[in-house]
Design a protein around this ligand. Sequence first.
Ligand code: IPE
Ligand code: IPE
Ligand code: MG
Length: 255
Amino acid sequence: MTRESVQSASSSVAQLPRHVAIIMDGNGRWACQRNRPRAMGHREGVKAVRRAVKACRERGIEVLTLFAFSSENWRRPKTEVSLLMELFVHTIRKEIDELHRNDVCMRFIGERSAFEPKMRALMDEAEARTAGNRGLTLAMAVNYGGRWDIATAARELAKRALAGEIAVDSIDSDSLGASLSLADLPEPDLFIRTGGEQRISNYLLWQLAYTELYFTDLLWPDFDDAALGEALQSFARRQRRFGRTGDQVEQSRRA
Ligand code: IPE
Ligand code: IPE
Ligand code: MG
């Protein structure tokens, strides 16, 4: 290996995000453009999920977090909400064997009490079964809201303070951050939103503090490995400064 190729190999590894968090948006519009019911768009969306999981696994990404249903999505028509719930149950049942075979560790984040027992049992089962897997960690955000996440962490800390386990004055951004969903995993490096909207829609509000944001007009059912590749290339061109100057970052990279 030449010096250049060693350098480019190591820099490409360094520039690969460890954690990618996606808002999968645009299923409804994908179906509308084809004069098909929105349900059809959601079903196509599941195929894009399968592709994204495979692509992330093959590229060596450690964590993929997907926004599947927000705490605000209950506002949709009842028929669409029940269709989505059925699709979740059906998809988890159908995919879990293969995910397990592929060493994928499944996680769910979000408020579970709103779901039917059948769905909750499936989520628990999928997590328990794949807990020991060390390949890709796939976190599905269902009935998730960033504000809910922060409020839940705050309540947890308040309870511990009341129980005398921690001092109120010890509560800081580290302890709050450590009580949030996904705290045990690397923070998201790259955020991708498909569907053209440039907003966060109450996704991982806290966790995205220093995440690189990437928006694409592609609708989620059209998102494929090439589209992921473009997002990864864009990420690789960014300089992440975390408050420091560009020169400082360059210096520490060379050191
Ligand atoms: C994202 O696609 C999927 C969910 C929110 C469940 P949408 O259903 O929001 O699609 P558009 O934005 O209406 O096209
Ligand atoms: C965000 O998409 C939530 C998910 C993809 C699950 P929405 O389509 O619900 O977002 P808004 O309402 O356009 O902000
Ligand atoms: Mg949408």
